[in-house]
Design a protein around this ligand. Structure first.
Ligand code: SAH
Length: 463
């Protein structure tokens, strides 16, 4: 009898797998006799030998043993590469190949999830796709009983002891090196995640304007032992340091920052710029991590908005108001909406800092605030939205569509939810007319896209 859907692989055995795509964590997606096998470390176009370690009905996960046929796009990463680290799964893949894959991925999702057939522009990549991150958050802990500072090993909580990271900018790398050195000098106890004991659990740092650095030492204890020495030594080792905080996180959780933030030394906020706009960042607030590409992203969004100076614009999911302020200089009025109250406070300060009095901000959930604005008679000409990965609530999309703005600029960090939301808006009279991905996170699978949705006026009148 012919077996249908027979599983052709067995646990613990090796098979040659042909890889044709990448999964969401950057792992290779391949097939063996038609059966799906995921292999971390393998690239599209490669045939590899892998040992089956996990076997489910519809797929298996294999451990890479040998690359039988390498992709012509496989490259050797530069100095400072730790193969076991999980933060840059695509770093062994030629950067141009990464950008081509990201473009195809956006096009594929728009078509297959959204039913949208539109040309996707080539991804705007970086001239130098290394050392782009201005923010570092690195765990401090134990590895085999020894102190370790570095990122986690792929799909685990084992810390890889690192002296430098090729995604971090020079100043945040200097902070990493300094903390490693000072922790050893002062014998500050690293946090033991398994036992829940110890002191220092994370170093968080951010580089701002002129390469200046704000640092946060996250401790599991109320007091940081040798606090004065820490301040003194960090200032010596990191001359760029302008602001230092201690954050207390006592909970046994993956959430990095706890509620208590203690100012230890220097300025309270960090000055940062995007283009010629200035921002003052509080230690906990969200700010894009790739300053070079953030500017490109915002300019792309601004171009798509095609403002003349007459428009009322709503910036939904505005964070600290960064996009709002970019728009405000070319619009009559911008209203930003954001649910995280401290970010709204930052947004208002940032508007003041830049002398932009035509930007106002409302703290609240877009699903509630947008209908309220509609009820108050606000009629936006253009709506910009930059939601989190989950995309927009349907209530938000419905309110936006009821308004019938001439343009919707959708800035998305998840092309799957962009496709879903764009397909809803397509049923409400909007066509996706321009799609421009911008690579904010080289060597990772993250894809940022600016999509312009334009009102189909002709159809709207005949409908
Ligand atoms: N545009 C900003 C922030 C984008 S991140 C920038 O470029 O920096 C997405 C933001 O949406 C976050 O600040 C998050 O707090 C906010 N957010 C998420 N869900 C929300 C909701 N339902 N209503 C309002 N804001 C929300």
């Amino acid at each position: 009898m012919k077996k249908i859907n027979a599983v052709p692989v067995a646990l613990g055995r090796d098979y040659p797998i042909t890889i044709h795509d990448l999964g969401s964590h950057g792992e290779g997606v391949g097939r063996y006799e038609g059966f799906t096998v995921f292999v971390a470390g393998a690239l599209p176009g490669e045939t590899v030998r892998a040992t089956i370690l996990t076997l489910k009905k519809k797929y298996a996960v294999g451990d890479l043993r040998e690359i039988i046929t390498a992709s012509p796009d496989r490259v050797t990463p530069p100095k400072g590469y730790y193969p076991e680290v999980g933060i840059y799964p695509l770093v062994t893949w030629d950067y141009e190949a990464q950008l081509r894959w990201k473009r195809e991925r956006v096009a594929h999702l728009l078509t297959h999830i959204g039913g949208i057939d539109v040309a996707v522009e080539p991804v705007i990549g970086m001239a130098d796709p290394f050392h782009y991150r201005n923010k570092i958050q690195v765990p401090v802990g134990l590895r085999d009983g020894r102190p370790a500072i570095g990122f986690y090993e792929r799909q685990s909580h084992d810390i890889v002891d690192m002296t430098t990271c090729l995604l971090q900018d020079p100043a945040t790398n200097r902070l990493l090196a300094a903390v490693r050195k000072i922790r050893a000098e002062l014998s500050t106890e690293p946090y033991d995640e398994r036992a829940g004991t110890g002191v220092l659990r994370h170093v968080v740092g951010r580089t701002g304007e002129g390469g200046k650095v704000m640092a946060i030492l996250v401790t599991a204890t109320r007091e940081l032992p040798d606090k004065e020495r820490w301040i003194e030594r960090l200032r010596e080792e990191v001359p760029e340091l302008v602001s230092l905080y201690q954050n207390i996180q006592k909970e046994r959780t993956n959430v990095i920052l706890g509620k208590t933030m203690k100012h230890l030394w220097g300025h309270g906020v960090l000055a940062a710029t995007i283009g010629d706009l200035r921002f003052a960042l509080s230690p906990g607030s969200f700010f894009q991590v790739n300053p070079v590409q953030t500017r490109v992203l915002y300019e792309t969004a601004l171009q798509a908005a095609r403002l003349t100076g007459q428009e009322t614009v709503i910036d939904a999911y505005c964070g600290t108001g960064t996009i709002s302020l970019f728009l405000a200089r070319q619009a009559q009025r911008v209203i930003g909406v954001e649910k995280f109250a401290p970010a709204v406070k930052d947004a208002r300060n940032n508007a003041r800092l830049n002398g932009l009095d035509n930007a106002s901000f409302i703290a609240g959930d877009t699903a509630e605030v947008l209908p309220q604005l509609a009820a108050q008679g606000v009629t936006p000409d253009v709506i910009v939205m930059d939601p989190a990965r989950a995309g927009c609530d349907e209530k938000v999309l419905a309110t936006v569509a009821d308004w019938q703005p001439s343009r919707i600029v959708y800035v998305s960090c998840n092309p799957a939810t962009l496709a879903r939301d764009a397909s809803y808006l397509a049923t409400r009279g909007y066509a996706v007319t321009h799609v421009q991905p911008v690579d904010m996170f080289p060597h990772t699978t993250h894809i940022e896209t600016v999509a312009l949705l334009s009102r189909r006026t002709d159809e709207a009148h005949t409908g």
